[in-house]
Design a protein. Structure first.
Length: 259
């Protein structure tokens, strides 16, 4: 069960390198890669990728937490909605049959939609950030409610597609909390993704949607990929990388929607 597959490790290395350069792309690239290239059932791809994300982002949370970059109040507010919604969604998936053809089609459609939405969020991020800075923040109570509701939406979408906790989460947090430095927004988004992806991943495991051997192979490649890419990241123009990544996500998303 724990045999290392070099093709999975190579895929993990490539995706890890992209994440190391851009900060996004784990779920957005890994899940469609497993489905389209390796022919993995969408439910298994989603479940395995969720635990993959929980493990890799735990390390990022530890680093950011020690650096006092995480706004734990926002993490808790998001978690109220996301963990609850993820639990309800996983209960429904378990009842509906995690490996059924209908569920596979639903997962593919939601995944395609989320990839296109992620691509748009990457392309429009700077414009949205400038827009948020030019407007007043929402009242505290209203912002709390909106944050909880957004967390719930993320809980549903991440549980179904494994995509959304990264690029989309950062984009919306910039709009809700424009006075927070970007580093704290990114760190807070990473920290919130850990309990969300862990709960969702464990739920998929209980349903039977996790391939532990594949997970181990992916991690063997992704960890050195992230480390190596992080060393070269400052030398690569961010705008170019963001545009290329957004283009790839949009193409893959449309392919999944039309499959």
């Amino acid at each position: 069960m724990w045999g290392i597959d070099p093709l999975y490790s190579l895929s993990g290395f490539v995706v890890g390198a992209i994440v190391g350069v851009t900060g996004v792309g784990g779920g957005s690239l890994m899940t469609p890669l497993l489905i389209l290239l390796f022919g993995i059932h969408p439910a298994t791809a989603v479940g395995t990728d969720l635990l993959y994300a929980a493990i890799t982002k735990s390390a990022g949370t530890l680093v950011h937490g020690l650096g006092r970059n995480v706004d734990w109040r926002v993490v808790g507010t998001l978690g109220i909605g996301s963990v609850t919604a993820a639990t309800i969604t996983l209960s429904w998936l378990s009842t509906a049959g995690g490996q059924s053809p209908d569920i596979a089609h639903l997962l593919g459609v939601v995944l395609g939609f989320m990839l296109v939405l992620t691509a748009l969020s990457l392309l429009l991020r700077r414009w949205l950030f400038r827009f948020a800075l030019g407007h007043r923040e929402l009242p505290t109570r209203t912002r709390f409610i909106v944050t909880v509701l957004f967390g719930a939406l993320l809980g549903v979408l991440v549980s179904i597609s494994s995509v959304g906790a990264g690029a989309i989460g950062v984009t919306v947090l910039m709009l809700l909390y424009p006075r927070l430095p970007l580093l704290r927004i990114v760190a807070t988004d990473i920290a919130h993704a850990v309990p969300l992806t862990l709960v969702a991943g464990l739920g998929h495991w209980m349903i039977g949607n996790v391939d532990w051997g594949m997970l181990g192979s992916l991690l063997v490649g992704s960890i050195p990929g992230i480390v190596i890419a992080s060393l070269f990241a400052p030398k690569i123009p961010e705008a170019v990388v963001r545009f290329l990544l957004a283009t790839v996500l949009a193409v893959v998303g449309v392919k999944l929607l039309t499959a």
